[in-house]
Design a protein around this ligand. Structure first.
Ligand code: ARG
Length: 396
C-alpha cells in the first residue's frame, strides 16, 4: 500500500507518518508545500520526514498559485467569514490537497492522508477536495483513528520511536500560518473572556507600542487586482509581504472572534492578517465608488455565501465556479487607487479615485456648481412615498 500525506514537519504529521507506516504496512510519501509560512529548508524537512518513516519526500513552492488562484478570487469576492475572518487557513487547505492529489496520481498511490483532528474544519476541507479531484482514492485520517489523548502522549511515542520533533517544549498555542494570515488557537485563548496575552500575537505590534505618527499607503487596483503599492508596480506576493510588514508595524489586522465551525462547535479564534484586512478595506472602498447601489448590495449577498463556501471546504464546487463568473464580471470597473491611513491598529480609508467612478462632484456639491434638479425631487417623493401615504391614512 502507498499513502501520500500532507506533511507540515510538525509533531502530528511526523507521528502520523510512523503510525500509518506501521498500521497499514505502507510505503509513505510525504508532501510539503511552501505557502508563505515560516518554513524550514526542503533538505531539513526531507531528512525529518524520512527519519519519521517516509520513503519519499516531495516539496512544492505554491505561493504564486496561492495568490493567483485562491487569494485574489476571494478578495474580489469580498469574502470574510462571519464578517471578519479573511479565511487564510481555509483557503490553504484545498490548495495543499490539490498538491497531494497531484503527487498521489503520479505515484499511483492507494490512499491520501492529512494531520487534521476530528473536530475541526480542516479535515472537511482536505477531504472534500480529495473527493472532488480523485473520487476513487481512499482517505485515511490518522488523528481520527489513533488513541493518543494529548500532545504529551504523542511526544512520548515520538521519543520511543526515534522520530525527530522540532520543539520539545510544548507551545502554548496552535498556530497555522501562510501568506494571507495567521490563525492562533488553544491554551488560555479557549476562555472567551480572557484578553489574548501579547505573546499570542506573532507578527503585529500592540497598538500601545506602535508609532505615534500615522503612515499613509496608496494601493492601486486593476479590475479588482492589487497591482501597485505607493505607485510602484510590484508582483502580488511582494505587495502582500510589504503591506503585511507595514500593517503589522502599526498593529493592524488583529482579529479576535467567536466563530461557528462547520461541525457545530463555537470556537474562539485569534487572527493576524494585516495585508488581508487592509486590502479588503481598500478593495471594498473602490467598489463603493464604481458600483451602482444595486450591484453593491447584491454583491454583499454573494460575499456572504462565498465566504461560507470557502470556510466549509467547498472550494471545488459548481456553485463556487458560478459565483466566480459573477464576481469576475463585477470587477470590470474596479480600477483605481485607494489611500489608506494606518494608525494604532486602525486602517482608515482617506482617499479614493477611479477613471470609472460614478461619483460626480457637481451632483453631490452644495455649492453654486450644483447641477442637480432640486425641483424634480417633489415628483419623485410623491411617487416613492405613495405607499407611505396610503399606509398612514389607513392607520388613522
Ligand atoms: N478556525 C480557522 C479555520 O477553520 C483556523 C483554524 C486554524 N488552525 C490552527 N491550528 N490554528 O479556518
Amino acid at each position: 500500500m502507498k499513502i501520500v500525506i500532507a506533511y507540515s514537519g510538525g509533531l502530528d504529521t511526523s507521528v502520523a507518518i510512523r503510525y500509518l507506516k506501521e498500521k497499514y504496512n505502507a510505503e509513505i510519501i510525504a508532501y510539503t508545500s511552501n505557502i508563505g509560512q515560516k518554513i524550514e529548508s526542503p533538505e531539513i524537512l526531507e531528512e525529518r520526514a524520512k527519519k519519521a518513516g517516509a520513503k519519499k519526500f516531495y516539496y512544492d513552492d505554491l505561493r504564486e498559485k496561492f495568490v493567483k488562484d485562491y487569494i485574489i478570487p476571494t478578495l474580489k469576492a469580498g469574502a470574510l467569514y462571519q464578517d471578519k475572518y479573511p479565511l487564510a487557513t481555509s483557503l490553504s487547505r484545498p490548495l495543499i490537497a490539490e498538491g497531494v492529489i497531484k503527487v498521489a496520481k503520479k505515484e499511483k498511490a492507494d490512499a491520501v492522508s492529512h494531520g487534521c483532528t476530528g473536530k475541526g474544519n480542516d479535515q472537511v476541507r482536505f477531504e472534500l477536495t480529495f473527493k472532488y479531484l480523485a473520487p476513487e482514492i481512499k482517505v485515511i485520517a490518522p488523528l481520527r483513528e489513533w488513541e493518543f489523548k494529548s500532545r504529551e502522549e504523542e511526544i512520548e511515542y515520538a521519543k520511543e520511536k526515534g522520530i525527530p520533533i522540532s520543539t520539545t517544549k510544548t507551545k502554548p498555542y496552535s498556530i497555522d500560518e501562510n501568506l494571507w494570515g495567521i490563525s492562533i488557537e488553544c491554551g488560555i485563548l479557549e476562555n472567551p473572556w480572557q484578553e489574548p496575552p501579547e505573546d499570542a500575537y506573532q507578527i503585529t505590534t500592540s497598538p500601545e507600542r506602535t508609532p505615534e505618527k500615522p503612515e499613509y499607503i496608496e494601493i492601486g487596483f486593476e479590475k479588482g487586482v492589487f497591482i501597485s503599492l505607493n505607485n510602484k508596480e510590484m508582483d502580488q506576493i511582494k505587495i502582500i509581504e510589504k503591506i503585511t510588514e507595514i500593517g503589522a508595524k502599526h498593529g493592524i489586522g488583529r482579529i479576535d472572534m467567536i466563530e461557528d465551525r462547520l461541525v457545530g462547535i463555537k470556537s474562539r479564534e485569534i487572527y493576524e492578517a494585516p495585508a488581508a484586512v487592509i486590502l479588503h478595506t481598500a478593495h471594498n472602498e473602490l467598489e463603493k465608488l464604481v458600483f451602482s447601489r444595486d450591484l453593491y448590495e447584491f454583491k454583499k449577498l454573494v460575499s456572504i455565501r462565498y465566504s461560507q463556501i470557502v470556510y466549509f471546504g467547498q472550494w471545488f464546487s459548481h456553485l463556487k465556479e458560478c459565483l466566480d463568473r459573477f464576481v469576475e464580471e463585477t470587477q470590470k470597473y474596479v480600477t483605481g487607487h485607494v489611500r489608506v491611513k494606518l494608525y494604532k491598529g486602525n486602517c482608515i480609508v482617506v482617499g479614493r479615485k477611479s477613471p470609472y467612478s460614478l461619483y460626480k462632484e457637481e451632483l453631490a456639491t452644495y455649492t453654486e456648481k450644483d447641477i442637480f434638479d432640486h425641483k424634480a425631487s417633489k415628483g419623485f417623493i410623491d411617487i416613492f412615498g405613495l405607499t407611505s401615504k396610503l399606509e398612514g391614512e389607513r392607520e388613522k
